[in-house]
Design a protein around this ligand. Structure first.
Ligand SMILES: Nc1nc2c(c(=O)[nH]1)N(C=O)[C@@H](CNc1ccc(C(=O)N[C@@H](CCC(=O)O)C(=O)O)cc1)CN2
Ligand SMILES: Nc1ncnc2c1ncn2[C@@H]1O[C@H](COP(=O)(O)OP(=O)(O)OP(=O)(O)O)[C@@H](O)[C@H]1O
Length: 191
């Protein structure tokens, strides 16, 4: 792929990814989802906002209480469907309680996906973040491509506060998030 990260940068990201996965296993708190929901709902999107969420995988912070709260607050929700590598995610409307089925890479996706939609807000999973708002994910480049395709979307990273690192290695495709929500509140970004 001609626009892949240069090898040294890719190796740096891979090394941090391994460390971040180990660290997350140590800090993951199963009850952090409620605190995360409180953080997000302190400055909620206006009713009617279409919010792209994600169904938690592995030891990610649990976004389900937040998605419930957003639904109660009159927001619309969508979940990502993961295509083959190299393509952006597609998002499809979903409501709490609607059925999910297994998708690629251990994801859970709407069982009856309607047309693709374009969220106004994107809640973005991550393995590590820094105070500039840069993030590291699982390495698929899926969110990088999605954020590049939708630059006007309000992108909020979602993580445990302990996933902060001094500096995430950044390449030409990495775009900073607008905000980062954690179980301990919003991270004050330094720009
Ligand atoms: N909850 C959640 N949904 C998401 C993502 C995510 O990071 N988290 N994605 C973000 O792009 C997309 C799915 N893309 C993914 C790409 C690669 C791997 C991956 O390599 N997973 C590891 C296992 C990680 C674990 O067990 O914690 C693997 O398969 O080895 C996962 C998701 C869309 N949906
Ligand atoms: N908009 C883009 N266009 C082309 N290539 C891209 C784009 N965004 C990312 N990539 C490439 O995809 C690969 C994976 O990127 P990276 O390691 O930053 O993924 P990630 O942020 O960890 O994963 P994700 O975004 O899925 O959570 C890299 O080689 C990167 O250069």
């Amino acid at each position: 792929m001609h626009d892949a990260d240069p090898p040294a940068l890719a190796a740096e990201k891979a090394a941090l990814r391994r460390l971040a996965l180990q660290r997350r296993a140590l800090i993951a708190a199963p009850d952090a989802g409620d605190a995360l929901a409180s953080c997000l709902m302190a400055t909620p999107p206006p009713p009617g906002t279409l919010v792209g969420g994600f169904w938690p995988m592995g030891e990610e912070v649990d976004l389900r209480p937040a998605m419930h709260a957003l639904h109660q607050a009159g927001c619309h929700l969508a979940l990502p469907v993961t295509p083959r590598r190299g393509l952006p995610l597609s998002f499809h409307r979903w409501m709490p309680g609607e059925a999910l089925v297994p998708g690629r890479f251990g994801t859970s996706v709407p069982a009856k996906p309607g047309e693709p939609v374009r969220p106004d807000w994107l809640l973005v999973p991550l393995l590590a973040f820094d105070r500039r708002g840069f993030r590291l994910g699982y390495g698929g480049g899926y969110y990088d491509r999605t954020l590049a395709a939708w630059p006007e979307a309000h992108a909020v990273g979602v993580a445990f506060s302990g996933q902060e690192v001094p500096a995430v290695p950044v390449g030409p495709h990495d775009r900073p998030l607008a905000a980062i929500a954690t179980e301990a509140g919003f991270i004050l970004l330094e720009r």
